[in-house]
Ligand binder design. Sequence first.
Ligand code: SF4
Ligand code: SF4
Ligand code: SF4
Ligand code: FES
Length: 359
Amino acid sequence: MASITMTINGTTVTTEPGTTILEAAQSAGIHIPTLCHHPALPPVGACRVCLVEAEGSGKLLTSCTTPAAEGMSVRTHSPRVLEARRFVVEMILLRHPLDCFSCPSNGNCELQDIAYELGIEESSFAEEGDTCRDHPLEEDNPYFVRDLNKCILCGRCIRACDSLARYHAVDFHNRGIHTMVHPPADRTLEESDCTFCGQCVQLCPVGALAEKPSRGRGRPWELHPVTTVCPYCGVGCELEIQVNSKTGRIANVTSDYGSPTSLNRGRTCVKGRFAWQFVHSGERLTTPLVRRDGELREASWEEALETAAAGLQRIKSDHGPDSLGFFSSARCTNEENYLMQRLAREVVGTNNIDHCAHL
Ligand code: SF4
Ligand code: SF4
Ligand code: SF4
Ligand code: FES
């Protein structure tokens, strides 16, 4: 199919059919702010922060949902666009608590970024006596906190749950200013179908959903990502460990929805995302232990391996090779599992080899 040529802010941009105006602008390095949009989620055009002006028709279009078209000419920062964008952001801020100092998303908040970009400090629509919402914090699970006072109703969490997690644990409830995101039938998340996979938490653009284990472990600007593979099972999900550069300790775990090397494409389960505290546990074995006179004592690797080899040889010579069995793990690499079966079959001489995902 022929490519599309259009103009954005006077610059000629060539793109493929099916591309949205937002994607065409991004491919040309032109910034359009967004809130409800995330490339890993189906677009809905809900927040209207990404409005652009189509020259000629004078229409304001949501760039995240409008396809680019041949000959189209759009402006992303015209006075009319900026006025509309300011209106949208000020309406959101009208009932949003401005407590950025103590907010877990401070420094990693898309609403904060847009307000900064537009030079908005507070909503000019606010009148004396206006109050923010007064929802109690929802902290009834060990993994994340829901602060619905900060929710901007972008619906990303709902789409994350539907299209990435494949549950439908939360949805919009009520109407108008009483609209809120909640599990069905007044249930808590623990009583709902939620598996606490955390997709919604990572994709929430503000501080309405915040991880519990990362509390007090570092501000966003103190963290750097280390890409690794989840150690919990044989699926091998790619994770990004966020390490605090000052302490060298893990602050939280995220994932990259756009990673070309990741087989999980950003999806994780509750273990990969939230159960990382064992890494810094004082109870982890950091040196081999060998049992001497009925007690486990610290040993060098050489001593531990010699002890194991001597024990295996003794059992094999006393009872034959089939008296031994070998268990490997789905958490090992293919190469490690290959070596384990060669050890069993060629060195010891038994076909008693199996694996278990939990070893
Ligand atoms: S969600 Fe964003 S804008 Fe709201 S208080 Fe937190 S950092 Fe500030
Ligand atoms: S944690 Fe996962 S399952 Fe639960 S609401 Fe969020 S996306 Fe849905
Ligand atoms: S909780 Fe977060 S992701 Fe969900 S609608 Fe509110 S702001 Fe959007
Ligand atoms: S980002 Fe386009 S409408 Fe919200």
